[in-house]
Write a protein that binds this ligand. Structure first.
Ligand code: C2E
Ligand code: CA
Ligand code: CA
Ligand code: CA
Length: 278
């Protein structure tokens, strides 16, 4: 909330009191949401540009709130990260995403599933076992799971992050750096981390074809990815111009409203076509 400029600071601030009550209410509601299955996943396809085929999905959480309707993650994920509830919420997401991924496999080619992972999850000593458990329970092979972490998640303690990610990779899972290019640090950390995939942030993709240096920056990221043998995913692709620019420059994978918004599981199945079809 913005400062309303009302002058001196009161000892008892009703606005702040209301805000903390609201926070507490949200925390209680979030606990209920995880326990009572009010969370839902939507799935956004990722397209291999060379073939034009869907080769994966990203799981994106929503909250089917009994009074407020379907809430986007911006309404509750940051709060869950602050309260520590993201660990339980993220555990639910991981299991549900792996189950959905099993459901989305087709005989004509494997379909991978990407899951967003917050800092507290990666730092938890239980996380490795949770991932192993989610793979075992769903029957999803490890190589079909990708864990997405942002630069800020790995930058706090690069050594600890590198260790956690290496242990996860030993399960066969891939590691992606999400929103790549938005962090403020040097690139030197990248060479110290076991990373398979770079997801170029939408803010760069938005500027493809526009004035300025965004094209050059995106090209440099593509080049660097290639050198480091990483797959590049362009996120937030919205236009045919962006899609062709990327595929002409051999960007591996695209994701964005140009192909599909995130959709519920039954629609995700529909995007792939029937399971029996070769
Ligand atoms: P993200 O991981 O960067 O996910 C991409 C977001 O961009 C998604 O928003 C997606 O719907 C949106 N998007 C994809 N393509 C386009 C496009 O072409 N144009 C535009 N304008 N937007 C596009 P969403 O689903 O609202 O998720 C927002 C963020 O919430 C995610 O950003 C991620 O950071 C976080 N989030 C979502 N699910 C989870 C989760 O299960 N765990 C954690 N920790 N965070 C999550
Ligand atoms: Ca992501
Ligand atoms: Ca992203
Ligand atoms: Ca982004």
């Amino acid at each position: 909330a913005k400062d309303q400029g009302k002058g001196s600071v009161a000892v008892y601030d009703p606005t702040r009191h209301a805000a903390s009550l609201e926070r507490l209410a949200l925390q209680n509601e979030l606990t209920r949401a995880v326990e009572e299955d009010e969370l839902v996943l939507h799935f956004q396809p990722t397209i291999t540009l060379a073939s034009g085929r869907i080769t994966g999905f990203e799981a994106l959480v929503r909250w089917q709130h009994p009074e407020r309707g379907l809430l986007p993650p911006s309404e509750f994920v940051p709060a869950a990260e602050r309260s520590g509830q993201i660990v339980a919420l993220g555990g639910w997401v991981l299991r549900a995403a792996c189950r959905a991924a099993t459901d989305l496999q087709r005989p004509d080619g494997p379909v991978s599933m990407a899951v967003n992972v917050s800092a507290d999850q990666l730092a938890s000593p239980l996380f490795l076992d949770e991932v192993r458990g989610a793979l075992e329970d769903s029957g999803l092979p490890g190589h079909l799971l990708t864990l997405e972490v942002t630069e800020s998640v790995v930058l706090g303690d690069v050594t600890a992050a590198a260790e956690a990610l290496s242990a996860l990779r030993a399960l066969g899972v891939s590691v992606a750096i999400d929103d790549f290019g938005t962090g403020y640090s040097s690139l030197s950390y990248l060479s110290r981390l076991p990373v398979d995939i770079l997801k170029v942030d939408k803010s760069f993709i938005d500027k493809i074809g526009a004035e300025g240096h965004a094209d050059t920056v995106t090209l440099a990221i593509l080049e660097m990815s290639r050198t480091m043998r990483m797959v590049t995913v362009a996120e937030g692709v919205e236009t045919v111009e962006q899609a062709s620019w990327l595929s002409e420059r051999a960007c591996g994978v695209g994701q964005g409203y140009y192909w599909s918004r995130p959709v519920p599981l039954d629609q995700a199945r529909g995007l792939l076509g029937p399971p029996s079809e070769p």
